[in-house]
Design a protein around this ligand. Structure first.
Ligand SMILES: C[C@H](O)[C@H](O)[C@H]1CNC2=NC(N)=NC(=O)C2=N1
Length: 188
């Protein structure tokens, strides 16, 4: 029997922000005492929801696509940078749904493909992406084959895997307006 218990966690800091409050709704599933709860954060009238299967005391932060695109890449030669686990990558890929998570010869990468209108439009797309990459100091692998097939792969070469830098760059690329360069999708 599922009981939905909703408790409002108004932390003191929230009391000063009348419109910001953190609601935690959890459903006591009963099985093995695990609870499934959903945090709902209400900010200025819009709601971000993260579902989380965790013990009652588990508390998970969550980031959204806009969080990633507002972040800055860090130098890839910093000593404490490490490749993330496949589980972490599977969680973060949900924030950049236009991208695919691929494993190439044991190296996890982000990959995305486009069909462009013309060869030169592919080069324009590369230039737009290059501007973002240079600003971030983090660079993708660019492929343009068969004159109009663009593929971009992103991974952190210095660690031989994925880091948050890759997801930040992917999110910033997704935010680019590239529609005018792309071939119209064939209608059904
Ligand atoms: C010092 C600077 O962070 C490194 O040269 C950067 C440049 N751009 C990079 N881009 C990617 N994708 N991986 C790297 O390891 C990398 N290293």
């Amino acid at each position: 029997m599922n009981r939905i218990l909703q408790t409002c966690l108004l932390s003191p800091s929230c009391s000063r922000l009348p419109v910001t409050s953190l609601f935690r709704k959890y459903i006591s599933s009963g099985a093995h005492g695990r609870s499934i709860f959903r945090e709902t954060e209400i900010h200025q009238g819009h709601v971000k929801v993260s579902s989380n299967k965790n013990s009652f005391y588990g508390f998970r932060t969550f980031c959204t696509a806009e969080d990633l695109s507002s972040k800055k890449c860090v130098p890839c030669d910093s000593k404490d940078i490490r490749p993330m686990t496949e589980q972490a990558a599977n969680e973060l890929i949900t924030k950049v749904p236009e991208w695919n998570l691929v494993n190439e010869g044991g190296i996890l990468k982000l990959s995305r493909s486009w069909k462009v209108k013309a060869f030169t439009k592919g080069l324009e797309l590369f230039q737009a992406v290059a501007d973002v990459a240079e600003a971030e100091g983090h660079h993708p692998d660019l492929h343009l084959v068969g004159w109009n097939n663009v593929k971009i792969e992103i991974w952190t070469h210095s660690v031989g895997g994925l880091t948050e830098n890759d997801f930040i760059l992917a999110s910033k690329i997704s935010a680019l307006n590239l529609q005018h360069l792309l071939r119209k999708k064939a209608t059904a």
